[in-house]
Design a protein around this ligand. Sequence first.
Ligand code: SF4
Length: 689
Amino acid sequence: ARLSQVTKAETTCNYCAVGCRFDLYGKDGEVLGVRPAEDAKSAPANDFSTCVKGKFGYEFANSDDRLDTPLIKEDGEFREATWEEAIDEIHENLTAIREEHGTDSIAVTSSSKATNEENFLNQKFARQVLQTPHVDNCARLCHSSTVAGLQQTVGYGAMATRINEDVGETDCYLITGSNTTESHPVLATRIKQNARDGADLFVFDPRKVGLAEHATQYSRTRPGSDIAWINGMVHHIISEGLHDEEFIENRTKHFDELKEKVEPFTPERVEELTSVPPEELKEAAETIAKADTCIFGWAMGMTQHAHGTRNVLAMTNLALVTGNMGKPGAGLSPFRGQNNVQGGGGDMGPAPHTLPGYQDLEDDEVLDKFEDAWGVRPPDRVGLRLPEQYEAMAEGEIRGMYIMGENPALSEPDSTEAQQAVQQLDFLAVQDIFLTETAEYADVVLPAASAAEKSGTFTNTERRIQRVRPAIDPPGQAKSDLDILTRLADRFGYEWDYDDPSDVMAEISSLVPIYGGVDYDRLAEEDGSLQWPVWDADHAGTPYLYEKEFNFEDGLARFVPADYAGPKEMPDEEYPLMLTTGRVLYHWHTGTMTRRVEALMHSVPESFVTIHPNMAETLGVKDGEYVRVHSRRGSIVVRADVEETSDEGVVFIPMHFARGAVNELTSHETDPTSFIPEYKVSSVRIEPL
Ligand code: SF4
């Protein structure tokens, strides 16, 4: 039935992975507004507040730009089409490509903006219907190195702690590579409140980010030098005898290996590599080691490097050596980015190297289980990760692509090259809520429902599974990603029998052990959420991980030493500045939603580059003037923002804009373990216009 009355939907924010809960009001196809959830029990992460994106950001759902009908490209122009025509077109083209070039010539992209149920179905569409191993998602580009690092050392590729009870109440923080006040604002509020109440807060970052204003100590680091200062802290703690011997003895292995490997990282050597003064390194290391509890928080400043996985290994070693795991108020706390990147991007398995729930795709028992449920055995080989897929597209090995809710034309590194690769495809289908920069290249575009218009679940950064509910109907003929995928599977001859997203969750819980006890009744009746692992219907979920054992057969965490490596591309005569990239408070990722919200655009209307005043003077650039920024990949024109967040040799450009798109400059060097690109460091030069 159409939702023609004022409707209140208790739902979860669709921006960042803090996962704030609020009531969303809608009427006659328009979102009216947001009010933070009144019942604190149903709002575990945010109690009574939201940030500016949560409050005003829903306006995108009302935009006149929303896609409301399927589109088919003919002679280079889109024409409106019926659903039947569009689905037929996709079926016909993907079938032809598969017949001519084989199953592995098609790739599928999933999206952390979509629900868990939709991501599960996206990988099912790839594995069961298309039978391709090449399914991946945007987590590859943000925290894949976090997942790879944590899986090697402690077992689960996820935050070990809770936002309120642990991050909000610890004695000490080490926060690095996270502009928390802009990227995870409500989480940052928790940290600031606790720091005001006396918790020690150490911020290590190349940029003096907002949180640094509240820090006990801010230490400026050289971009890409994290392994050195973290190893240096571990070395100092061990050499001062401040390590937690009992914890190391009882709960870990390979400590001697670590001890030997960190030996060269003396405070003086660390200063040479990172620019962090010895006294700052020692002060932070000693305070962290002596604190009863410490939270280690990071985001993409740590992960988006060609050695991102090693950064995470180093951080894990620091947490383990100080015994800060498996107890309330302590632990490794990667701040995942998007609303549902933990669940949709990770847990649901739209990734080429793992089945849902991080199950081994080469394990026959696991494959048998999926084959019994689906009637088709999933491909038992590792597929191509996103960066590899774009290389394979350029080489003509991948010929067809299906993209759900992602915008790689702006989000891939070296985006001009990525756009060229997309244009070489024989066929591209995109399902999205707007005609994105990527959808412009598509042969068929399908109109999707936004989070304001559908039902399902998101899993936030603390592994908390929460409900998403509709406040309005989708515009025109738009459908949820779940409905679209179901219709598509049906056209390929697979009858997916789902009346409701809860039916998909029932399938997930039967196949994915860490979601084994999740169902919609429990999410409605208990406290509105469950934190995985939830092993079965009687299991209450797991507030913080590793209380008794780490996620390995022997129950022990592993020290895995991290050898030092710096950025792949360093400044030189031609490109003398280091470029780093990231988010701002008022926008989100490639800006497809926030660039359509007046209140947010009013605050930050265009791309910019931050330049230190001394560098601006050297370059002859004044604040507000437009400049051209060049890298080895391309050049863009952006406004100069002369300010002192970074030091003289480092400039910053946000990732959110199509004009002045920073990824025209970034490098496609990737981490060899996780395949995450090195967005965070490339070399540029700036010219006044
Ligand atoms: Fe949404 Fe994150 Fe803001 Fe909360 S902090 S309202 S989840 S964007």
